[in-house]
Design a protein around this ligand. Structure first.
Ligand SMILES: Nc1ncnc2c1ncn2[C@@H]1O[C@H](COP(=O)(O)OP(=O)(O)OP(=O)(O)O)[C@@H](O)[C@H]1O
Length: 297
């Protein structure tokens, strides 16, 4: 069986800024058509990693291949195959949305239609508006539009929905799903864990320059981190909780002993955000033991 070479291949990537080790030996692959979420707290090394892959930043050591090319040697032909939405975009206040996109479309051999891209990012009503007059979230949509106009094979999205209202974020998710359906490989960084859960196939969690976990979105953190939690208030008014793979059994036991449903009853299935927070805080959940613990206020 032959397997396709990964679109992105990173081995033991290191990047230091003077005495600061921003990235300290990170390795991962991203495969064709995959959406890979790189997650981590502020200063973890996500942007540095992405900028090395984009060819904007040199690395201290390690091997990197993006679309089969070392970004150190990536020429214009290679760059044209990438779509890049940086964390903060350049200002271009005096041109309209359509003018800016038409200008950028001219750099590519097979760009998307400007009107199609404007519609995809939901800026139809602002097509003739100068970019300087757009709101922060609307400008961010222009950044996304510029990132996809060239029909990229690999799209880098660095915190793409910062400043989006909830409706715009959902529209953006639909857009990313359409790009993915067309076969685009996507590297996403985001502080919105629901966004990573919605869009990602796999995730890597980076903390202090090191990859502390990598895997399918629903496997990050390991099975133990995903054991449901039952929470209720006991007869003395104390909030209690217990973890179990069979939460209904705990609830049934409580109902049987109380003769009624316990107060403030909740069954909580840990979200990616809960799992992520446990990972970056270094917390290990108790293995399943159904042991009751008191919840501190
Ligand atoms: N140009 C630079 N010069 C010196 N140090 C830098 C530079 N850029 C980043 N750093 C440092 O490198 C580390 C990693 O920063 P990086 O921007 O890669 O983190 P990040 O994970 O993208 O964070 P955020 O979520 O805040 O965007 C931080 O300690 C940061 O202060």
């Amino acid at each position: 069986m032959t397997s396709l070479a990964p679109v992105v291949r990173v081995r033991d990537l290191r990047k230091s800024y003077g005495s600061v080790d921003a990235v300290s030996g990170v390795s991962f692959d991203i495969h064709a058509g995959e959406t890979f979420a790189l997650l981590g707290p502020n200063g973890a090394g996500k942007s540095t990693t992405i900028e090395v892959l984009e060819g904007y930043r040199d690395r201290t050591s390690g091997e990197v291949s993006v679309l089969g090319v070392d970004p150190r040697r990536g020429g214009l032909g290679w760059k044209a195959r990438l779509g890049i939405v940086l964390q903060s975009a350049a200002e271009s206040g005096n041109v309209t949305v359509t003018e800016q996109l038409t200008h950028f479309a001219g750099f590519y051999q097979n760009p998307r239609r400007v009107g199609e891209v404007i519609e995809a990012v939901g800026l139809q009503s602002k097509a003739k508006t100068r970019i300087g007059k757009l709101s922060g979230g609307q400008r961010r949509r222009v950044d996304v539009a510029l990132g996809i106009i060239g029909r990229p094979e690999l799209l880098f999205l660095d915190e793409p929905t910062t400043g989006f209202d909830p409706e715009a974020r959902h529209q953006f998710w639909d857009l990313v799903r359409r790009l993915k359906a067309e076969g685009t490989t996507i590297l996403l960084t985001t502080h919105y864990l629901d966004e990573a859960a919605q869009l990602g196939d796999r995730a890597g969690v980076i903390n202090e320059g090191r990859l502390i976990d990598i895997g399918a979105i629903d496997e990050i953190g390991g099975a133990e981190a995903r054991v449901p939690l039952v929470r209720w208030r006991d007869e003395a008014g104390v909030l209690r909780e217990a973890r179990s793979h069979e939460p209904a059994r705990i609830v049934a036991g409580l109902v049987a002993s109380l003769g009624r449903e316990p107060g403030d009853l909740e069954i909580i299935r840990p979200s990616l955000e809960d799992v992520y927070l446990g990972l970056v805080r270094g917390a290990r959940p108790d293995p399943e033991n159904s042991r009751e613990t008191e919840v501190r206020a």
